[in-house]
Design a protein around this ligand. Structure first.
Ligand SMILES: Nc1ncnc2c1ncn2[C@@H]1O[C@H](COP(=O)(O)OP(=O)(O)OP(=O)(O)O)[C@@H](O)[C@H]1O
Ligand SMILES: [Mg+2]
Length: 282
């Protein structure tokens, strides 16, 4: 159980996320919706502590996550794998090496950078790729893949962390509808078969309604909807999206029509350096 209590994040005296309270049972697939700037990314980033909460608490199975430091923080980051709109893979490396960097949190940053991995880890990486129908690309240079293939590799990388939670920040916003479906199907399968909680920021309502057990709506950092997909009426959507509601609700609207802009919130060089620092000086 993931418990979020009065969680807030303030930037320049303005709440990006404002006093969120949520209980998310293990194994739920949760869609987080809201218009641009609603606080979706900030919320997900606080959960794995890429953004520090300004107030409130995050608890996972009654362990307080909010103030973890050093090795404990790294362990937590391994527990919640993260997937991004722009995949955050290293294009010039081959696919399997990208997947193996998912061991970063277990194996040590330096070892990952020097690409020292055990045979067992390599076998694990191939299995993770195979599950996503991507084993045949293991030795291919990553930047030769299509967007949908890259996102599947990114999911395989996250699975190498053996996570209990997957945080996906607009995972299909850069993909065409067919690849969007493949990626969402993969997340759903992982959710169902491994009992991994999935929290997924989504731009399109129809995707959230198709795949998620529960939908959370954010507006200006506030929780304005928390319920079943079937409970989300057009009126509620109007409240969440304002004038964009009809578009967001439209079955015809594809992820590419709404998305496509570059992600603002990537796992940056700074995040990686911060992990390296924690690794050396826990
Ligand atoms: N590092 C930052 N510094 C200052 N303000 C920030 C920072 N990150 C986010 N914000 C602000 O916090 C608010 C929420 O941003 P966030 O990126 O979480 O929204 P979002 O719902 O993910 O939007 P989008 O759909 O465009 O990705 C916005 O007003 C944004 O400008
Ligand atoms: Mg965002």
């Amino acid at each position: 159980m993931l418990k979020i209590e009065s969680l807030s994040k303030t930037f320049n005296n303005r709440d990006a996320v404002s006093s969120l309270n949520l209980k998310i049972p293990q194994g739920q697939m949760v869609g987080v919706i809201g218009r641009s700037g609603a606080g979706k990314s900030t919320f997900l980033r606080m959960l794995n502590r890429l953004a520090e909460p300004s107030k409130g608490q995050i608890l996972f199975n009654d362990q307080d996550i909010t103030h973890l430091k050093g090795r404990k923080l790294l362990e937590w980051r391994a527990t919640c794998g993260m997937i991004f709109q722009q995949f955050n893979l290293v294009g010039r490396l081959d696919v399997i090496t990208n997947v193996l960097t998912g061991r970063l949190y277990h194996h040590g940053f330096l070892a990952s950078m020097l690409r020292i991995f055990t045979e067992e880890e390599r076998a694990l990486a191939i299995r993770a790729l195979d599950r996503l129908g991507m084993a045949h690309t293991a030795l291919q240079q990553t930047d030769t893949l299509s967007g949908g293939q890259m996102q599947r590799v990114a999911i395989a990388r996250a699975m190498m962390q053996q996570p209990k939670i997957l945080l996906a920040d607009e995972p299909i916003a850069s993909l065409d509808p067919m690849n969007a479906k493949i990626v969402m199907d993969a997340l759903r399968t992982i959710n169902r078969e491994n009992g991994i909680t999935v929290l997924c920021n989504l731009h399109t309502l129809d995707t959230a309604r198709t795949y998620c057990d529960r939908i959370i709506g954010l507006k200006d950092g506030h929780l304005v909807f928390d319920g079943l997909p079937s409970q989300l009426t057009l009126d509620t959507a109007r409240d969440i999206y304002g004038a964009e509601a009809e578009d967001a609700f439209s079955e015809a609207t594809t992820s590419t029509a709404l998305g496509g802009e570059p992600a603002k919130q990537r796992l940056t060089e700074k995040d990686l350096q911060e992990n390296a620092r924690l690794e050396m000086d826990p």
